[in-house]
Design a protein around this ligand. Structure first.
Ligand code: SAM
Length: 215
């Protein structure tokens, strides 16, 4: 097992994080090596995992504070929680049904704070949130760029970074994905400098992943 980025490991074609809990979150395999336990990170089940497999350097540090928008049942949140083992993840999800699983994942870990709220209204969670080092957004909505920007304006440190997984189909099902990506990048360009970008094929079709820093 070789560490390829802070807190992310590779064994052959597969990637892993070091397990902060022995709870299985989505049926993933565990591997023991030299007294340590690693959880397989399935890139086809996680857009950040797919981005890592496609060469993106996340640059997330072990003591980072992360605001994660669109946490769903906590699949990817659990891997981010493994990476930031001395920091924390504020995991925002607005569907109470989906968030039940997220709350269960958070119960077996010390550094996940589930936030049941609408990410379109970042003031809804200002009492629980402090400034963060990373904002990641995986909300497949037409206004996903605006949601990210609103949250970054309120919570992202100047030295921090923003990441987004853009799903072309959610923005427009009739226009070409490239056209949609260009439009979203132009919006984001007002606030961010785009540092890395990659398509998420073959794990996700017509998804673009961006890593950005605030201007
Ligand atoms: C594509 S899924 C996220 C998958 C998750 N990031 C993972 O990798 O495990 C998008 C999630 O965003 C949530 N969502 C959509 N609009 C939202 C909003 N305005 N505020 C908070 N969550 C939202 C949906 O309920 C859904 O669970």
């Amino acid at each position: 097992m070789k560490e390829i980025q802070k807190g992310i490991y590779r064994d052959g074609e597969l990637i892993f994080t070091e397990a902060a809990s022995d709870q299985k979150v989505y049926g993933e395999n565990f591997i023991q090596e030299n007294g340590r336990e690693f959880r397989r990170w399935e890139a086809s089940r996680s857009k950040i995992g797919a981005a890592v497999q496609n060469g993106v350097e996340l640059g997330i540090k072990e003591d980072d504070e992360v605001l994660y928008l669109g946490a769903a049942s906590g699949t990817t949140v659990s891997h981010v929680s493994d990476i930031v083992n001395q920091g924390s993840v504020f995991a925002v999800e607005y569907s109470e049904t989906v968030a039940r699983d997220l709350v269960e994942v958070a119960e077996s870990r010390e550094n996940i704070a589930p936030v049941i709220a609408d990410a379109r209204n970042p003031e809804e969670y200002e009492e629980v949130l402090k400034p963060v080092d990373v904002v990641f957004q995986d909300i497949s909505q037409k206004d996903q760029a605006e949601i990210l920007m609103k949250n970054c304006r309120k919570y992202l440190r100047d030295s921090g970074k923003a990441m987004i997984a853009i799903k072309a189909q959610s923005v427009s099902s009739s226009r070409r994905p490239e056209e949609v990506f260009d439009e979203i990048k132009e919006k984001l360009n007002d606030m961010f400098e785009i540092q890395q970008e990659t398509l998420l094929d073959p794990y996700e079709t017509d998804h673009l992943f961006l890593v950005m820093s605030p201007r």
